[in-house]
Design a protein. Structure first.
Lengths: 313, 262
């Protein structure tokens, strides 16, 4: 493999990691801060892609970004209402919305499960035009990804220090405390999910526009991939400050993508990605638990083998 | 300040587990009152607090807080006027957030999008210094690192930061070791006195029930069975209280912790 191919591969991986890391940052808010595992992520990712594509095809490339984010917010609102006002279990609420979104997404794409944006003006083609001939000519996708990620991180860092942001963190950290305080947990959960889903949708929108097409299953498995990235990032940053942990989440997305790219280089077929991400999530979540349990397992095993304990009587 | 009028609450109504937790309770708390509440396990002391806070809605009767009928107001809307401490020191603060962040949240000043300024943070430090636990130098540390006593003292500070109309203490020193409990309790009386707070305190310690505050009520089976204040209360001993309980309920006091705490 030549150096340029490798560079190209690295760059594509970098761009994809940037777009995906917006979803990782969404889970950073919902999973880590709010302590809600939002399983509507897959559908919401595709929703953002679909809305963004339709709006761009209609001739409004810049409008496509806020439109996708608005749609994501709406989806988050539905998930939140289900779990805070209608007594639906929070995992189930996400799954229900995810299922419903499949139909909604096809409906948005005009009854088709695939939309092509080959000749569509998107934010990417616009920037490509603008940068033509300049020193950064070919880097338009990278620039858009970097700007989006930087804005989202900056927003999160500022937002999580406001009263509302603190209230959202407290809701995830000690629900008992929040329940007997003047904070309405239904409100903080709703705000948190709306914001996180708007990031997920933006993530889907940018990925779709960068690859110039949307399929209805563009978001399939996204929640596991993003969770894997988030947990990898957590390994780097541990319990540091919020800004560092947010940066860690993005780093996690890079590392995940790197692992994936390397796996592909070893001729692992592309369809194995989902399995890899599933295994990473399992290792990241159960690893610390198993490590803690290990001494106990060893004692149990020793007891079973008849070593130690058990006096003859 | 606080009025409960014929408040009744039954848990699991219509089932074999139905339990009358509050039986036609009426209570009038005047501004500045410090009332100690005693009673056997399951007498309805904590349920009384839950009814005041709105953890559930009462089946009948009315709850009037500071002249306002809050009977149907949800818990989070009443919470601004109520400070509450539980027995569990872990319950009142967020372990993953710093001391400072917990205080900012508890102070409840400014709008949702506001952030605590330097002045506000300095005010928190000054108030924490009053606790004399060195917490003012650990503002950025997560609350999860504090001991139970430190955490309960912090919760006390948080609960009284926004000047609640009424402070509810639910055996808030019971989970602490004796020395720490003593410290938190004296801190409580100091804060209550300095801020002239109206306060209700559930305790299992009969002696401190008589020593602290200006009024003592005794509960049994969801009712207030004995209510004393003034000279009558001043003359009471712990033995008198136990005798009163036997008279009122027809049985001996079965709160083992309470007996041990004599």
């Amino acid at each position: 493999m030549s150096f340029t191919t490798m560079l190209g591969l690295g760059q594509t991986a970098l761009e994809l990691a940037l777009f995906n890391s917006l979803t990782v940052l969404a889970l950073f808010l919902s999973y880590w801060m709010l302590n809600v595992c939002d399983l509507s992520t897959d559908g919401c990712f595709a929703l953002g892609a679909a809305v963004g594509a339709v709006v761009a095809i209609a001739g409004h490339p810049w409008l496509s970004l806020p439109a996708a984010m608005g749609a994501g917010m709406l989806s988050g609102l539905v998930t939140a209402i289900l779990q805070t006002r209608m007594g639906v279990n929070s995992l189930l609420a996400g799954i229900i919305v995810n299922t419903g979104l499949y139909s909604v997404n096809i409906w948005i794409m005009g009854g088709s499960s695939l939309l092509n944006m080959n000749k569509t003006a998107t934010v990417f083609t616009m920037l490509k035009e603008a940068l033509k001939g300049g020193p950064l000519g070919g880097q338009y996708a990278l620039i858009i990804g970097l700007i989006a990620v930087a804005l989202v991180i900056a927003f999160l860092c500022l937002f999580l220090r406001t009263k509302l942001g603190l209230a959202i963190r407290a809701t995830g950290d000690n629900p008992d405390m929040v329940r007997s305080s003047s904070i309405n947990p239904a409100f903080t959960t709703t705000v948190g999910l709306c914001i996180s889903n708007s990031f997920t949708a933006l993530s889907g929108c940018l990925l779709a526009q960068s690859q110039k097409s949307v399929t209805v299953d563009i978001g399939s498995g996204m929640v596991t991939v993003a969770l894997a990235s988030l947990l990898i990032g957590g390994v780097f940053m541990g319990k540091r400050s919020i800004p560092l942990r947010a940066v860690g989440a993005v780093l996690g997305a890079f590392v995940f993508r790197l692992v994936y790219t390397i796996a592909l280089r070893f001729n692992l077929p592309a369809f194995m990605l989902k399995l890899i991400s599933a295994v990473i999530v399992v290792i990241a979540i159960s690893g610390p638990y198993l490590k803690k349990q290990f001494p106990l397992y060893r004692r149990q095993l020793a007891a079973r083998l008849g070593k130690g304990g058990g006096e003859e009587c | 300040m606080l009025k409960l009028i014929n408040v009744t609450k039954t848990f699991n109504p219509g089932t074999s587990d139905a339990r009358l937790a509050l039986d036609d309770v009426s209570l009038h708390v005047k501004p500045g009152d410090f009332i100690s509440i005693i009673g056997a396990n399951g007498a309805g002391k904590s349920t009384l607090f839950n009814a005041i806070c709105g953890s559930f809605f009462v089946d009948s009767g009315r709850v009037i807080l500071d002249g306002r009928d809050v009977t149907m107001l949800p818990e989070y809307k009443r919470a601004k006027s109520i400070g509450r401490l539980f027995q569990d020191p872990m319950r009142g603060s967020a372990p993953g957030m710093s001391i400072e962040e917990n205080l900012v949240l508890a102070a409840g000043q400014g709008g949702w999008m506001s952030r605590a300024g330097r002045k506000e943070k300095q005010a928190f430090r000054d108030r924490l210094a009053l606790l004399d636990m060195g917490l003012e130098d650990r503002m950025k540390q997560p609350v999860g690192l504090l001991s139970g006593g430190q955490r309960q003292a912090l919760t006390l500070m948080m609960a009284t930061l926004s000047m609640p109309k009424i402070l509810l203490l639910d055996e808030h020193t019971a989970a602490l070791d004796p020395a720490t409990a003593e410290k938190v309790l004296s801190l409580t009386t100091r804060i209550v006195e300095e801020n002239r707070l109206t306060c209700l305190m559930i305790t299992h310690n009969m002696q401190s029930a008589l020593d602290l505050g200006n009024r003592t009520i005794m509960m049994d089976a969801g009712r207030v069975v004995f209510d004393t204040t003034g000279d009558e209360r001043a003359a009471l001993t712990v033995d008198d209280l136990l005798e009163k309980f036997r008279e009122a309920s027809g049985k001996a006091l079965d709160n083992d912790r309470m007996l041990l705490a004599r």
